[in-house]
Design a protein around this ligand. Structure first.
Ligand SMILES: C[S@@+](CC[C@H](N)C(=O)[O-])C[C@H]1O[C@@H](n2cnc3c(N)ncnc32)[C@H](O)[C@@H]1O
Length: 353
């Protein structure tokens, strides 16, 4: 897409415009169902709000996943490092690394030679991560990468085992095709026998799921609304957040939680930098995030379609959440799997991340 930014009207002191953000906003707010990719949530304030969300009573995901990582770190370490090979631990969307620290500790305790490569778009999250690891695990070699995990990858010695982690049910923010694309792309970077750890939220009581995306203190609403503030700041837009509200839904039919921003009235929003305006009718929504919930069958089918075998699936005692341990297998077997048949009810195809 050709992108003509209206630089002439910008004061010389403003920050450089992120061309990918500009492209996504033009595409998303011009679509019939307006949408914005969820990766743009994580500016400094968004990362801070997400840290607050993770501590909310309704947000069972973080403490449940942390519990598995903490209580089963020895078991996980056995899968990650079954032999004497050195390990490169590559975490996609690491956030502040709060979950990974106990796993790294377990690996070091077992004498595994390990280097940790967290990749995240958020500078704020990576700064917190570095502070945490310097304080708690100063002996661990740390190689943070700020950037999009669709594009960036660390250089690692071929003699090391690569262990890729995607925790926090981050995969659930992608639709079916994007999930298979991302995992296949990860697979293409790995050798047979390398490991992928996926933290995935499981299907459960719909009321419990919905509450996690619609907390009583309104922190999730503030997180969602912060996206508009970011666009106001970075693209000189004039969203009035008083005229939008947060809406969350969960459908047990397709296992997808969805978040939206709802226009409370007919309005036009402009961007000076993009030199565009976007019209909203009353009640019109911007689709900002999807969070897929999984069954064990879905996990297996996703793995097979992307070139992995499921080595093990570890859950908490209540079956709320799973850490799936996948092993890269020979590419030949991958060709027989069809990503189109993974889920009985399709994920939305219009959202791009
Ligand atoms: C839901 S948080 C999860 C953080 C951490 N993995 C956890 O489980 O607590 C998602 C993180 O992924 C990062 N992120 C989202 N999309 C990304 C992308 N395409 N590339 C790199 N980082 C991304 C965000 O900045 C954020 O820190």
């Amino acid at each position: 897409m050709h992108l003509a930014l209206n630089h002439a009207k910008r004061p010389a002191t403003t920050l450089a415009v992120d061309a990918a953000l500009a492209r996504d906003v033009i595409a998303g707010l011009s679509a019939e169902q307006k949408f914005l990719p969820s990766k743009w949530f994580y500016d400094d304030e968004g990362s801070r709000l997400f840290q607050h969300i993770m501590a909310l009573p309704e947000y069972y995901l973080t403490r449940t996943e942390l519990g598995i990582l903490h209580n089963q770190s020895g078991e996980l370490a056995k899968w990650i490092a079954p032999d004497a090979l050195a390990v490169d631990l590559i975490e996609l969307g690491s956030g502040d690394g709060a979950k990974t620290v106990s796993l790294c500790e377990a690996l070091l305790r077992q004498g595994v030679q390990c280097t940790y490569h967290p990749i995240d778009v958020s500078k704020h999250a990576l700064t917190d991560l570095q502070r945490r690891f310097q304080a708690e695990l100063p002996a661990l070699p740390l190689r943070p990468i700020q950037g999009d995990y669709f594009e960036r990858w660390p250089g690692t010695p071929p003699s090391h085992r690569q262990v890729v982690m995607l925790l926090g049910s981050n995969l659930g923010n992608l639709n079916q095709k994007q999930s298979v694309d991302l995992l296949s792309r990860v697979r293409s970077r790995l050798l047979v026998g390398d490991v992928l750890l996926l933290g995935l939220d499981l299907k459960k009581d719909p009321g419990m799921i919905l509450a996690a995306y619609n907390d009583s203190q309104g922190v999730t609403a503030a997180f969602n609304m912060n996206l508009l503030r970011r666009l106001n700041r970075e693209l000189e837009m004039d969203f009035d957040t008083e005229h939008f509200s947060h809406y969350a839904s969960y459908s047990p039919l397709d296992g997808t939680a969805r978040s939206f921003l709802v226009s409370k009235r007919r309005q036009t929003v402009r961007s000076r930098i993009l030199d565009r305006e976007f019209n909203f009718v009353c009640g019109e929504t911007i689709y900002t995030e999807q969070s897929q919930k999984y069954s064990t069958e879905m996990i297996t089918q996703l793995a097979v379609a992307s070139g992995f075998d499921v080595a093990n699936v570890i859950t908490d005692d209540f079956g709320l959440y799973a850490i799936a341990i996948l092993r890269a297998r020979t590419q030949q077997a991958t060709r027989s799997a069809s990503p189109a048949t993974i889920f009985s009810v399709g994920w939305p195809g219009f959202m791009t991340c």
